[in-house]
Write a protein that binds this ligand. Structure first.
Ligand code: HEM
Length: 210
């Protein structure tokens, strides 16, 4: 028996046009952010390599999104990462952060130009100061999907992200992307972390601007 309603078409009546008022724990992430003390641990032929990075992270509210009776409020994001004092892209990522108030669910979708996508899920209170999301390769709901070369050489089996909001208004993430690298016996932990400082306010979502 599923816990979903029999009527899968009718949209909820209580949709608020103003996304910024309904983002639950994601409210503290809306806006434009900079992080200058990022740390990446990446796979190299000779072993794990640490690299400092700087980041510009933009998260803007989208209009409320329904799937029949399901209602999400969310942010569309783009993060762009370079090595300090360089302009060449080191990592680029786009997607959505979604909040489902009815269930306290947080979802992150991510796409990176290596030809790889993932969708991670977790649960949180609306006023949470920390939460964690997870995606797993085997899952058809909150999974990871890679192009065939990555699946062959850097099989990505799990992705986790922990987000923490700090009292001074900054926030941090701590990620662990676990991959099984061809020729290696132990899984590799490709980790990334950064702390983000606000450099711009979010713009209201299109419907709230009218
Ligand atoms: C701040 C976040 C991230 C940064 C800065 C970053 C950076 C990098 C870099 C520089 C490499 C290449 C290593 C090299 O050969 O020099 C790499 C490899 C890789 N990354 Fe990330 N990454 C991040 C997050 C992620 C995420 C979230 C995923 C997937 C969910 C991912 C998947 C991979 C995979 C599969 C590889 C292996 C492919 C290869 O080495 O050619 N990365 N990452």
């Amino acid at each position: 028996m599923s816990h979903y309603p029999n009527d899968i078409y009718t949209e909820p009546a209580n949709v608020d046009a103003d996304t910024l008022r309904n983002l639950g724990p994601l409210r503290a992430m809306a806006g434009i952010w900079q992080g200058v003390r990022g740390l990446d641990v990446k796979p190299k032929a000779e072993g794990p390599k640490k690299q400092a990075f700087v980041e510009r992270f933009e998260l803007q509210p989208i209009d409320p999104q329904t799937n029949g009776p399901q209602l999400f409020y969310g942010l569309r994001y783009h993060t762009h990462i370079t090595k300090p004092e360089q302009s060449k892209t080191y990592h680029d990522q786009v997607g959505y952060w979604l909040w489902e108030p009815a269930t306290g669910t947080v979802i992150q979708t991510l796409a990176i130009p290596r030809g790889q996508i993932a969708m991670a899920v977790g649960h949180a209170a609306a006023d949470a100061t920390q939460f964690e999301l997870v995606a797993q390769r085997e899952s058809t709901t909150y999974g990871i999907c890679s192009n065939p070369f990555l699946e062959h050489a850097f099989k990505t089996v799990e992705y986790r992200i922990q987000v923490t909001f700090h009292p001074d208004g900054t926030w941090s993430y701590d990620e662990d992307t676990v991959m099984v690298i061809r020729g290696q016996t132990e899984p590799f932990h490709h980790t990334d972390r950064n702390t983000l400082h606000k450099i711009g306010e979010p713009e209201p979502n299109p419907l709230a601007r009218r």
